[in-house]
Design a protein around this ligand. Structure first.
Ligand code: ZN
Length: 432
């Protein structure tokens, strides 16, 4: 891991000592009851059972009865997209409406307990840079920038008359039909600062002109994208893949993760286990059937069919032990309630502890930042959340962002609604 892949946020200077809470560290290990976390210069300098001795200069707080967990990851978001708008309305907005709207979404995502995101299409690197220098409050951000599909495929946002629905401020979607187009596009995206390359190996639920069973970027183009990443800093490839045939093409082509994976079959499950491929099942979107009065009939019908498919197939993959990382597809489902996904995972058969690991250490490993983030362990950057909820018996309550009472990012307290900590909340403004 290079540190460049871990967008930094400015650290707090005062050592902060949290005593008495239960610590669920993100690795899947048994919780530490009556634990202690010491944060110095933005890093965990002690994590373990509570110690008796005084520590000079530290701000100390008793958190008995509360639970500390790592800051969560959402590895599949579209923070520059909003449910309430849709592409047609978005195209009518002014740039400042869109950009400030994106900034508000980033803040809401952090307040929901998500200290790191991976944006899989739309977000431009300027937001990552603003967050990293403390000028904007938001999760540390990894990003794909653009999405690759063939002409007429899932990422092709042209209407039948040829006009594009993508507004100017959003990263454009990229159409690739030949080997060279794949190569050049991946190289351009890496030049622009992509941390991950996203390809669509199938169509989708929300696109009007294709279906989840349609095939998109073929296996040999996935392989070219993987090779190009490996020639650089190893930028991984992830695939939007919903129908079983396209899921197989993605896995065989060498992706690091399958997004959605709604119709994953036995062959796919076996291959994922063998290759260590992650599944990001985006259940917050898959299981959400919209109000039929509010969406076009094609979308409602597709949603009903595909949410049932997802429920059946994803629970089979979970049972088989496929590695799962937490991603919601927020932007297609509501922003700012990202931890709803934990309850969905548990409803499909995952244990609460495994769901927490999917949202912390597994996600960090998928993003290749596990040396610096993803768990409450000594030496790691101090990203954590504190709650009154018992995540092991009532994890679905974490869907409500007000249950995430405290959020600490890089040792800096960015949310503390009930003033549990005797330190000021640092919320950088837009002009920092
Ligand atoms: Zn998505």
């Amino acid at each position: 891991m290079t540190i460049a892949r871990v967008p930094q946020v400015p650290a707090s200077e005062t050592p902060l000592r949290l005593l008495g809470a239960r610590i669920i560290d993100g690795t899947g290990r048994e919780p530490i009851e009556r634990g202690e976390v010491l944060i110095e210069k933005g890093v965990f300098s002690y994590v373990g059972p509570q110690r008796d001795e005084e520590i000079a200069g530290a701000t100390t707080v008793d958190l008995t009865g509360k639970t500390i967990m790592p800051g969560f990851f959402d590895v599949h978001v579209h923070v520059s997209m909003g449910l309430e708008t849709g592409f047609q309305a978005m195209a009518a907005q002014f740039p400042e409406e869109r950009n400030i709207g994106t900034a508000a979404t980033l803040r809401d995502t952090l307040m929901a307990g998500v200290t790191t995101i991976r944006d899989l299409g739309g977000l431009t690197p300027g937001f990552r840079n603003l967050i990293a220098r403390g000028a904007l409050v938001g999760p540390r951000a990894h990003m794909a920038i653009s999405v690759l599909s063939p002409t007429g495929g899932h990422a092709d946002m042209h209407m039948p008359n040829g006009l594009s629905l993508i507004p100017q401020e959003m990263a454009e979607m990229r159409l690739v039909d030949t080997d060279d187009e794949v190569r050049v596009t991946v190289r351009e995206l890496i030049r622009t600062g992509a941390d991950v390359i996203k390809v669509c190996t199938t169509g989708g639920v929300s696109s009007p002109s294709d279906t989840p069973s349609d095939l998109g970027v073929p296996e040999h183009h996935v392989r070219i994208a993987v090779e190009e990443g490996q020639r650089r800093q190893g930028q991984p490839v992830t695939a939007h893949a919903q129908g079983s045939a396209g899921i197989l093409e993605a896995i065989k082509g060498g992706v690091a993760s399958v997004e959605h994976g709604y119709e994953i079959d036995d062959e796919g499950i076996e291959l994922m286990l063998e290759k260590g491929t992650y599944l990001v099942p985006t259940l917050s979107s898959a299981l959400r059937v919209p109000d039929p009065a509010k969406v076009p009939p094609f979308l409602y019908q597709k949603k009903v069919v595909w949410s049932n498919i997802a429920r059946e197939h994803v629970s089979r993959a979970i049972k088989a032990g496929v590695k799962v990382a937490l991603g919601t597809d927020a932007g297609v489902c509501p922003h700012g309630t990202n931890l709803t996904e934990l309850g969905h995972m548990v409803s499909l058969g995952m244990s609460p502890m495994d769901a927490i690991t999917a949202g912390t250490m597994n996600a960090a490993t998928l993003l290749r930042v596990e040396d610096a983030l993803g768990s409450v362990e000594e030496g790691k950057l101090a990203d954590l959340v504190i709650t009154d909820v018992d995540p092991l018996t009532e994890i679905e309550r974490l869907a409500d962002p007000t249950e995430i009472r405290v959020v600490v990012q890089g040792g800096r307290v960015v949310k503390d609604n009930d003033a549990w900590l005797p330190v000021p909340v640092v919320l950088p403004g837009l002009a920092g």
